[in-house]
Design a protein around this ligand. Sequence first.
Ligand code: AP5
Length: 273
Amino acid sequence: MSKEQAAPRETAKQYLQRNNLHLLFEHMAYKVLSERPEDPNRAIFDYIGAKIGVDTKAIKSKPAEAPSHKVVFIIGGPGSGKGTQCEKLGTDGYCTYVSTGDLLRREQELDTPEGKQIKEIMKSGQLVPKAMVLKVLKGWIAKQPKGTTILLDGFPREMGQALSFETDIQPCDFAICFNCPDDVLEKRLLQRAATSGRADDNLATIKNRLKVFHDETAPAIEYYKALNKLHEIDANRDIAMIYEDLKKLFVKEEAPASAKAPEAAAGQEEEEL
Ligand code: AP5
C-alpha cells in the first residue's frame, strides 16, 4: 500500500483547525463588520495581504463592470417542472432560457472524448464536471444580447458551480427553487420515460439523480437562502398555478426575447420528435 493510500485524508474541520483558519475567518468577519468598509472585498484582500507580507495597497482594483445580463437560476429536483415552466416564461417573453441538461445533451452527441465522457456521466445521473458545464454555459451566455434576462434551468447543481459562476461570469440576480416530494418526482419521471427516450429516465438513474440533488445541490440552495436571493415555489401543484406564482417574479422584456436561443431550441426539437 502506498504512503498516500495509508494516510487517511483529514476532515475539513481538522484542516481548518490545523491552519487556524477558523480564527482567520472570525477576525476578517469582525474587521469588516466593525469597520463597514465601502468595498468589503478589497478590505479582506488587504487584510490577507498584511497577513502574508504583501503590500496590497500598491495593487489597484479594476473598476467594477456592470453585469451584462440579468441572470436567474432555476434549481429543483429532477422532474420538478423546471423545463416546463422555463418554456412557458420564455414563450411569453419574460426571458431567454436554456437548460444546462439540453446544452450537455448536445455536447454528448459530438464525437469527441469530452462528448463520450458527458454521455456516460449523464446516463448514470451523476453531475458533469464543473469545468465542462461552465465552458458550454459561458459559450451560450456570450451569444445572448446584452441586457437580456437569462434564465438558467438546472444551474447551479452544487456550491462549486455557484461560486465559480459568481467569480468568473457574474452574480445571479436571484434564484428560484422548485420544491416537490421525491415520490412525486419519481412518478412524473417514470411516466415521462414512456416517451422521452432519455437514457437517464429509468428507476435506478432517477433514484441516483434524486440522491445527487439532495447531497450536492442542497448546499447551493442554502447559500442563496442565506444571501436572501432565494424564491421558493411549491412545485407539487397544477402547472398553471405554479406559473401564476412564477410570473410575479419577472417583468416582461420590452422587446420580447426569442423564447429560447436557436441552438438550444434545436436540441429540444430533436428530443420531442
Ligand atoms: P436535466 O436535463 O436538467 O434533468 P433534470 O434536472 O433531472 O430535470 P428534468 O429535465 O428531468 O426535469 P425538469 O425539472 O426540467 O421537469 P420537466 O419540466 O421536464 O439534467 C440531466 C443531467 O444532465 C443531470 O443528471 C446531469 O448529469 C447533467 N447536468 C445538467 N445540468 C448540470 C449541471 N449544471 N452540472 C452538472 N451536470 C448537469 O417535467 C418532468 C415531467 O413532469 C414532464 O413529463 C412534465 O410534463 C411533468 N410535469 C412538469 N410539471 C408538472 C406538474 N406541475 N404537475 C404534473 N406533472 C408535471
